[in-house]
Ligand binder design. Structure first.
Ligand code: ATP
Ligand code: MG
Length: 361
């Protein structure tokens, strides 16, 4: 067998670390050239993952050394592709993929996970933004420690504020957060769309939308007017037993927005005094739910006072403590999420031809 073919077969049989799925297919094996005692291998992935990719590179190097005595050079790059939106929804030029973070019930940790997941995606190498869509009670300004107001450099669009390398827009930047706001349906709709479309996002791989709880006007706007690549449902173990999360799942299914997975929050209590771990709300709720509803469990986070304290200080744990086990959990969730997004884009582009509507014709 030719050495190039042998290498290709070897690559196709490899699993991606932590994801337990095929790492490379025809599409992302870009080049295998054996020439003059030298092998050049160029590979391209659809998502960032710093440590697993470094690990993978070492595995490949060792594996190919078994196949050939040539000098080996391996180059693995990442290219995050643009999303395919719901049919008829206008896409955003500077945002490749929009990920909605939702729940059926309030207070389960959507804003907490949005902030930390954004930071984790960014730590892997992606360009990330957050749109705080909780018009009734914005959380992101405080959680990310931002108290400025956005500028406009062109008089037409707002520049997002940048914290910990994340581009952020929130209604909280524009209104007095102490004053409760009364919003009517149409106002909510137009405000959310305006916040999204009139923010000067810069070259985002992922924009995370932190939703308010439930299935109200904001969710409807999201489904009808915002090009969403996929949704993550945040749930707590009690939420699972109350089936609120199921309502959240159904809502996205109805509008054909794929569910990237569920994220179980406050799954395990870790005592800040002695480190004792306790499943206050029962064990394996997330695993059960993912099986029952046939969605992936992206990860389970403990109920840990550190998570809340870091947010209250405007520096989420992922930004504050690189070596924390919580940061590690978020890193895995980020890689799983990003890889699922990469799969969706490929599926869509393969299934649907590009339709161009000629407005003049
Ligand atoms: N895993 C956790 N460990 C400790 N505290 C947490 C955890 N997750 C969230 N919290 C805390 O619980 C509170 C509620 O979390 P958060 O605001 O993220 O929920 P939410 O789902 O966004 O709420 P809402 O529905 O009101 O938008 C916050 O004070 C947050 O710091
Ligand atoms: Mg919130």
């Amino acid at each position: 067998m030719e050495i190039e073919k042998e290498i290709k077969d070897y690559l196709k049989a490899l699993k991606f670390p932590i994801l337990n799925k095929q790492a490379f297919n025809e599409g992302n094996i870009k080049k295998i050239v054996c020439d003059g005692g030298h092998v050049q291998i160029d590979l391209q992935l659809g998502f960032y993952a710093k440590n697993p990719i470094a690990e993978l590179k070492n595995i490949i190097l060792k594996g190919i050394q078994e196949l050939t005595s040539h000098k080996i050079n391996i180059n693995i790059t990442t290219k995050v592709k643009s999303h395919k939106a719901q049919a008829g929804v206008q896409t955003l030029p500077n945002v490749k993929n929009i990920i909605a973070i939702a729940s059926g019930k309030g207070g389960v940790g959507k804003s907490t996970t949005t902030a930390n997941l954004a930071l984790a995606l960014s730590a892997e190498g992606a360009n990330v933004g957050i749109l705080d869509a909780d018009i009734y009670g914005p959380s992101q300004p405080k959680m990310l420690g931002i108290d400025q107001r956005p500028n406009s450099t062109d008089g037409k669009t707002m520049d997002p504020l940048v914290a910990h390398n994340i581009q952020v827009m929130s209604i909280g930047f524009l209104v007095d957060q102490e004053t409760p706001m009364v919003w009517r349906g149409p106002m909510v709709t137009s405000t959310l769309e305006q916040l999204l479309r009139e923010t000067k996002w810069s070259n985002l791989d992922y924009l995370l939308i932190d939703l308010p709880p439930g299935t109200g006007d904001i969710q409807l706007t999201l489904a009808q007017k915002i090009p969403v690549t996929g949704a993550i449902i945040v749930t707590t173990p009690q939420d699972i037993s109350l089936l609120d999360a199921r309502r959240g799942l159904k809502m996205f299914e109805k509008v054909n927005v794929p569910i990237l997975g569920i994220l179980e929050n406050m799954a395990l209590h870790v005592c800040s005094g002695c480190g004792h771990e306790e499943h206050i709300f029962g064990k394996d709720g997330g695993v059960r739910m993912s099986k029952d509803y046939n969605v992936d469990l992206l990860g389970s986070l403990p109920l840990d006072i550190k998570i809340r304290k870091d947010l209250d200080n405007g520096k989420p744990t992922v930004a504050n403590d690189m070596s924390s086990p919580i940061t590690k959990i978020f890193s895995e969730i980020a890689i799983k999420t990003a890889s699922k997004v990469a799969d969706i884009s490929e599926d869509h582009s393969a299934k649907f031809p590009k339709i161009v509507i000629d407005k003049n014709g």
